[in-house]
Design a protein around this ligand. Structure first.
Ligand code: NDP
Length: 367
């Protein structure tokens, strides 16, 4: 933890680590095999294609790191030792990339939906929200690339923190549970990476500082707070607490993955069975059975339970490890409201009918 607070300034070594990481990811994204998934149809009728080889890229990278560690070329604790230094370097890099995106976006003459520049003239606004929807660099879709970098970065930091904890001899049940839950979440994310291609961030948000900072700094460095905290704080979990924690994780996972999968399947085939039965459909466009018949945005409930399960291994002596579930609660409540507005406008009477049939929002049985 000292390293985390001692060196809050960027360094060339951290920059080298980051550059090597990006180079690997770009190469892996371009050359490793993977399902090529068509993105949503954009307003000009075009659509991008995404090579979903994230899981293979991740496993191969971990394998290569394992060889590097085994042959003593790489230290497994390098990320944990350079915590704050890496964070500040990554922050600086996200600022520089945002400026480059701004400059190249402004000078773009493209008129297609992906690359058409949207300039409001308000410098701060344009920097924050970005100018282009899907900027590319050497054939790599940058939005897809950076979210991948952030999610993998979270797991890599966690693994390094685990190595640090093993080195210090204080790895206990709390640390192991936290590590297993997060690793499963990240692996699952890449297993179902194609679902990402239809999320709000990918289809609607332009690439500016908000996403750059969110992907590169926020996800890997704040989602891993529990691990850093456990390095410094000893928590003795009882067997009952550990079992309860596992149950919360499993229920959260079931709801999160189940709900997102049901919606994804429904959008592809509105006749596909939901929980073994024909789906209840409203206005031929909205699913009102399965998880989506229990509450609107039931998928957010699953994510919140998962987030809670990542923090529970830290016990209740401090609020710091609960940063992630608290942040996610605020974010998802805001997102749910924003999405309700969007769906009310888009689906009109059909949405009103859905709301009547499924009155609870996020939390089942609470109106
Ligand atoms: P959703 O997956 O909930 O997508 C919302 C969209 O789904 C709506 O705009 C509408 O789109 C469609 N929809 C809503 N209700 C129905 C229904 N009953 N039947 C059919 N379609 C419906 O939102 P997000 O993209 O925000 O989230 C995806 C996942 O990512 C969630 O599980 C969320 O928890 C997670 N997430 C995690 C974050 C984190 O930091 N950990 C941050 C943000 C999200 P359409 O117009 O296409 O019909």
């Amino acid at each position: 933890m000292e390293a985390l607070f001692n060196l809050p300034i960027p360094s060339w070594i951290s920059l080298g680590l980051l550059a090597s990481y990006f180079a690997y990811l770009a190469l892996a994204l371009s050359v490793l095999p993977g399902k090529v998934i068509p993105g949503v149809i954009l307003s000009d009728g075009s659509r991008l294609h995404y090579r979903c080889n994230g899981l293979l890229s991740l496993l191969l990278f971990i394998g290569l790191l394992g060889i590097g560690i085994f042959t003593k070329l790489i230290s497994p604790v390098v990320l944990a030792d350079r915590g704050m230094e890496l964070l500040s370097t990554t922050f600086a890099v996200s600022v520089v990339i945002t400026l480059l995106l701004y400059a190249s976006g402004r000078s773009s003459k493209e008129q297609g939906s992906s690359l058409k520049p949207h300039v409001t003239g308000n410098f701060i606004h344009d920097l924050w929200f970005g100018i282009q929807l899907n900027p590319q660099f050497m054939g790599v879709d940058l939005k897809f690339f950076f979210i991948r970098a952030g999610m993998m970065g979270w797991l890599l930091i966690n693994l390094s923190v685990l190595a640090k904890s093993l080195e210090a001899g204080n790895a206990n049940l709390s640390m192991i549970l936290y590590q297993i839950f997060c690793a499963l979440y990240v692996i699952d994310y890449f297993f179902y990476e194609e679902y990402m291609t239809s999320t709000w961030d990918i289809i609607a948000e332009r690439l500016g500082f908000m996403l750059m900072f969110g992907d590169l700094v926020w996800i890997p460095f704040t989602f891993s707070i529990q691990g850093w905290w456990l390095l410094r704080n000893k928590v003795e979990l009882s067997k009952t607490a550990a079992i309860a924690n596992c149950i919360i994780f499993l229920v959260g996972y079931m709801v999160f993955r189940g709900a997102n999968k049901q919606k994804h399947v429904f959008k592809k085939n509105p006749k596909a069975l939901i929980w073994g039965r024909p789906p209840k459909v409203i206005g031929r466009r909205l699913l009102a059975s399965g998880y989506w018949g229990i509450s609107r945005h039931c998928n957010y409930l699953g994510d919140l339970l998962l987030a809670l399960s990542f923090s529970l291994p830290c016990g209740f002596s401090s609020i710091i490890p609960y940063f992630y579930p608290i942040y996610l609660l605020i974010l998802l409540i805001w997102r749910e409201r924003r999405d309700e507005e969007k769906c009310t406008q888009k689906y009109k009477d059909v949405w009103a009918e859905y709301c009547k049939l499924v009155p609870s929002r996020i939390l089942p049985y609470i109106y």
